[in-house]
Design a protein around this ligand. Structure first.
Ligand SMILES: Cc1ncc(COP(=O)(O)O)c(C=O)c1O
Length: 399
């Protein structure tokens, strides 16, 4: 079933004549107004990784990757990195002076630690990525790192709140990195978690600088408008479109420079940025257990309706896993995205772009993943009816 990236042809012309949907199911979770009101910190129980002692909050996860190189002294040294990566973490490693060496990831997004071992001569660190919340085999990773005598960097940018059974992802690495805005409705936020000997060196890193207020405000407004559309449908969409246009004009005229999140490239000019106070506030106003529960519920709803035509490329959703999205394989990603959007379903083209440092054809399974994997939303804002709508539209598309 899910162990092959099944290639599905998008039915020509499907959905194009369908009437415009009343509202769009957003690809990302949105901020709800109540999340912007302070409440006593004690009422929000801390969960992993926020309950850990040695943390450093950053504007982006890429800044935390930069910090990891500094903490572990990896400049000029070889780092074993999965061939399947976003590209911006690779840029952060390169900019910080590390020398990445790629190892294989299979068609189900599993790191091949045997391949890593075969390339490990002189390696100074092992870097592992959990894709879409699905855990890698961290026992194998730890044992390879131990054997090589190198630190383990656990990249949980796509795996906040996820667990392998009872074990939180990010609790094995010497250093772990999280992106907060991919799972939570914060306007910005990345996190570095350090353990063991490395933890003592956290204070040696330079102070972070404050997140720019204009960027934080504009991300928050965008997310609030998305939320309005989610709740009110057509009306919200019109308000959102109108405000979007005028705010674009305003930003252009006032020459406001936004530090955008979710971009493809590492910017040295933003490397010192920390996380905004607004993000800290939103973090305190989350029900983390409910987020995990809803994401799993929505994932299972999609799975139940799609497993015969579009099984997830990652295989089974094990206990504890908090899925970031439902990864389906489709032959014509751009066509599928456009047709789903026409039916009111926003999707994300997962990692199509290959960083030029990785030669095309060196890892065929990874090339295939880049070409085919589409993110279907399962986030916490989706009701069961929304998830069903996503599944129905996807089935129609593949009919
Ligand atoms: C695996 C991985 N690591 C790190 C990052 C960097 O995250 P950020 O956008 O917060 O810098 C990303 C971004 O998509 C990612 O996918």
């Amino acid at each position: 079933m899910a162990n092959t990236a099944q290639r599905l042809r998008v039915a020509e012309g499907q959905g194009e004549r369908a009437p415009l949907p009343k509202r769009t199911v957003p690809s990302m979770q949105t901020v709800w107004p109540h999340m912007l009101f302070p409440r006593p910190a004690a009422t929000a129980p801390l969960v992993f990784p926020f309950d850990q002692p040695h943390l450093r909050y950053r504007y982006f996860a890429r800044n935390a990757v930069w910090d990891a190189v500094e903490l572990l002294g990896l400049a000029g040294k070889k780092v074993l990195l999965p061939a399947y990566h976003h590209g911006v973490e690779l840029e952060a490693l390169l900019a910080a002076g590390a020398r990445p060496v790629f190892f294989r990831v299979d068609s189900q997004m599993r790191c091949d630690f045997e391949d890593a071992r075969s390339k490990a001569a002189d390696a100074a660190a092992l870097y592992v990525i959990h894709y879409a919340g699905f855990p890698q085999d961290m026992e194998a990773a730890r044992s390879l790192a131990r054997e090589l005598g190198v630190p383990l960097v656990e990249d949980c940018a796509l795996a906040l709140l996820s667990r392998d059974g009872d074990k939180p992802l990010g609790s094995t690495g010497d250093v772990s990195v999280y992106c907060l805005y991919k799972t939570l409705p914060v306007p910005n936020g990345g996190l570095l978690l350090a353990r063991g000997e490395v933890a003592g060196k956290l204070s040696s890193l330079p102070d972070v600088s404050p997140a720019p207020l204009t960027s934080t405000t504009s991300h928050l407004i965008g997310s609030l408008l998305s939320n309005l559309e989610l709740r009110t449908g057509d009306l919200g969409r019109r308000v959102r479109q109108a405000l979007r246009e005028s705010s674009r004009r305003f930003v252009r005229r006032a020459k406001i420079e936004r530090v955008s999140t979710g971009t493809q490239h590492f910017d040295l000019g933003a490397v010192q940025l920390g996380m905004s106070a607004a993000s800290h506030l939103v973090l305190r106003n989350q029900n983390y257990a409910e987020i995990v529960e809803r994401r799993r519920r929505n994932y299972f709803l999609l799975y139940a309706m799609l497993r015969d035509v579009a099984p997830p490329v990652t295989g089974e959703l094990k206990p504890g896993v908090c899925p970031l999205f439902y990864p389906m394989a489709v032959e014509d990603k751009a066509g599928a995205m456009a047709r789903l959007l026409a039916r009111g379903v926003e999707t994300v083209d997962f990692w199509r772009l290959r960083h030029p440092a990785l030669p095309l054809g060196a890892f065929p399974e990874v090339d295939q993943l880049r070409e085919t994997v589409l993110e279907l939303p399962v986030h916490q804002d989706l009701s069961p009816a929304d998830a069903e709508h996503v599944a129905v539209c996807t089935r129609e598309l593949l009919a």
